[in-house]
Design a protein around this ligand. Structure first.
Ligand SMILES: *[C@@H]1O[C@H](CO)[C@@H](O)[C@H](O)[C@H]1NC(C)=O
Ligand SMILES: *[C@@H]1O[C@H](CO)[C@@H](O)[C@H](O)[C@H]1NC(C)=O
Ligand SMILES: *[C@@H]1O[C@H](CO)[C@@H](O)[C@H](O)[C@H]1NC(C)=O
Ligand SMILES: *[C@@H]1O[C@H](CO)[C@@H](O)[C@H](O)[C@H]1NC(C)=O
Ligand SMILES: *[C@@H]1O[C@H](CO)[C@@H](O)[C@H](O)[C@H]1NC(C)=O
Ligand SMILES: *[C@@H]1O[C@H](CO)[C@@H](O)[C@H](O)[C@H]1NC(C)=O
Length: 476
């Protein structure tokens, strides 16, 4: 028993220091583990640790079926100066392409239906009768997010994304959508959280692909561009990429620092261990530290008392009221440096991301806002304000979220207003012409974000119904 364990320990120690090749032989696997005592002394953690070591050995010595494994890239659209990041899918037979908000904070896939009567003005809609493979399951669907809701019926059809095909994906066709939730070209939303938080109970497309071992690696990567600080930015700009089944080493420097999810997958939930503002540490008590890593939320929301302490570090800042309730206002000439840590590196939020919007000649709105704690269970929602500053990897197994420093190549994609905006595509190699959905051309108008006193509803796409779950008892 002891000697077997020692052998595993020795083998795994060597695995940790040797960079193993990717399963497809092309991508390097990032192996650094999170910084915890090694091996853990707590019996439960030791069990998890041992299991992870076993999985790593199996991954290394199992000969993969290369024909069944692959990678795919979905080029994103940055909508409204970093408000939403939109990818594309194709639905049905013959396939029609649609743009969908990619949301790691929820787990349902839904699309505006041809019968949509509210909230779908000028968005492309799915016409079920145009697909010979669509089945209406007649099961009602509804989901409520932090910034709106959608309802309709469940159905099944063939869905393609970035060259992958799922033959019978369950998803919802919605005929009632809250105003402001969808803005063309977005026709719906694709949740990239775990099935456990799907309102519909359906297995998300990404989870079908990962559990069927279709992907080279059980991971999805995000690089999100920044246009929020560019006055001439158009409504739609190139948004970066969604990497399926691999991480794109061209987009980051060094290794990805993975942090294990402290509980089985629901949201992509980590614990915030440290926050600094203007170089000063804001202590984060364990009971206020759970943080959903959420591409579908524009900003960063946190517990009221702690967000207030961040602004305490900024002379001249004050709490907003009216339309700016739960936000803070601060002098625009202050360069605000905030960092977040999830147990390792202190990751910096750039001052231009912290500075959400100018509301007068001298006053700016900050991108960190106070969550209404009564209704929320993750204490923090860490959205695009933070994620624009890192390459993010959402890894299924071992379940973890990783961050890496953006490469100069990735940074050079920020603020390039003359680049064409990606069109929706299904990326099927050799599958015929790319179908372009309406309302998605690259010739969009400059965004109105720069206008003084114009305040947007910032998407906050975390499902509210699950906030009743008590995460603290599971986490701590
Ligand atoms: C699906 O079935 C439900 C219930 O029978 C019906 O109300 C709905 O209109 C149908 N939707 C489509 C797109 O056919
Ligand atoms: C949403 O769906 C749930 C379960 O399917 C149902 O109990 C609830 O009444 C629905 N809510 C709305 C607003 O349709
Ligand atoms: C629709 O239902 C039929 C009959 O149950 C089934 O054969 C077909 O595969 C289904 N289509 C999809 C896309 O799931
Ligand atoms: C989808 O198809 C697979 C394989 O054909 C089958 O095992 C699975 O039950 C189907 N799922 C649904 C939701 O129809
Ligand atoms: C990785 O990102 C670079 C820079 O955007 C891009 O040129 C390259 O095609 C990407 N690699 C893959 C495999 O998509
Ligand atoms: C913020 O960080 C920058 C770069 O590290 C530094 O030059 C600046 O002084 C910092 N500002 C404050 C208020 O700490």
């Amino acid at each position: 028993m002891t000697s077997t364990f020692l052998l595993v320990l020795l083998l795994s120690r060597s695995l940790l220091t040797v960079a193993s090749p990717g399963l497809d032989g092309s991508q390097g696997v990032s192996t650094p583990l999170f910084r915890r005592s090694f091996p853990p002394t707590d019996p439960e953690k030791l069990g998890i640790w041992a299991q992870i070591q076993r999985e790593k050995l199996e991954a290394k010595y199992h000969t993969p079926d290369l024909h069944r494994r692959g990678t795919g890239v979905n080029l994103l659209v940055n909508q409204d100066a970093d408000s939403s990041y939109i990818g594309s899918i194709a639905i049905g037979t013959p396939p029609s392409t649609f743009s969908v908000i990619l949301d790691t904070g929820s787990a349902d896939l839904w699309i505006a239906s041809e019968h949509c009567t509210s909230g779908c003005n000028s968005v492309s809609k799915f016409v079920t009768s145009s697909s010979t493979t669509y089945n209406n399951s007649s099961v009602p669907f509804n989901v409520t997010y932090g910034s709106g809701s959608a309802s309709g019926y469940m159905g099944e059809d063939v869905i393609q994304m970035a060259g992958f095909t799922v033959a019978n994906q369950s998803f919802a066709i919605c005929d009632t959508v809250s105003d402001g939730l969808l803005q063309s070209p977005a026709s719906g939303l694709m949740g990239l959280g775990f099935q456990t938080i799907a309102s519909s109970g359906a297995v998300p497309l990404w989870e079908t692909l990962v559990t069927s071992k279709t992907w080279s690696e059980p991971v999805m990567g995000f690089h999100l561009t920044r246009f929020g600080d560019v006055p001439t930015a158009r409504t739609l700009e190139p948004g970066g990429s969604f990497d399926m089944g691999f991480t794109n080493t061209t987009l980051y420097d060094g290794d990805i620092e993975y942090i294990y999810l402290p509980q089985a997958g629901t949201y992509w939930l980590l614990s915030i261990t440290k926050v600094t503002a203007q170089g000063n540490e804001i202590p984060i008590p364990g009971v206020l530290s759970s943080a959903a890593i959420d591409t579908g939320t524009t900003l960063v929301g946190g517990p009221g008392t702690l967000v207030a302490r961040i602004y305490d570090q900024i002379p001249g800042s004050y709490a907003g009221s009216g339309a700016y309730q739960n936000y803070y206002i601060y002098p625009c000439n202050t360069q605000v440096n905030v960092t977040l840590s999830f147990g390792g590196t202190n990751w910096a939020v750039s001052p231009q991301d912290f500075r959400l919007q100018k509301i007068s000649d001298t006053q700016c709105l900050g991108a960190f806002f106070q969550l209404e704690t009564a209704s929320t269970s993750p204490d923090w929602i860490v959205g695009d304000t933070f994620l624009k500053n890192v390459y993010t990897a959402f890894r299924y197994s071992p379940a973890s979220v990783g961050f890496a420093t953006l490469s100069s190549t990735a940074m050079s994609l920020n603020g390039h207003v003359s680049e064409p905006v990606p069109s929706p595509t299904m990326n099927s190699p050799g599958a015929g012409p790319t179908i372009t959905a309406a309302g998605s051309s690259g010739t969009s108008q400059p965004t109105s974000k720069g206008h003084v006193n114009q305040f947007f509803v910032h998407p906050f796409l975390i499902p509210l119904i699950y906030f009743a779950m008590n995460f603290h008892t599971m986490l701590y």
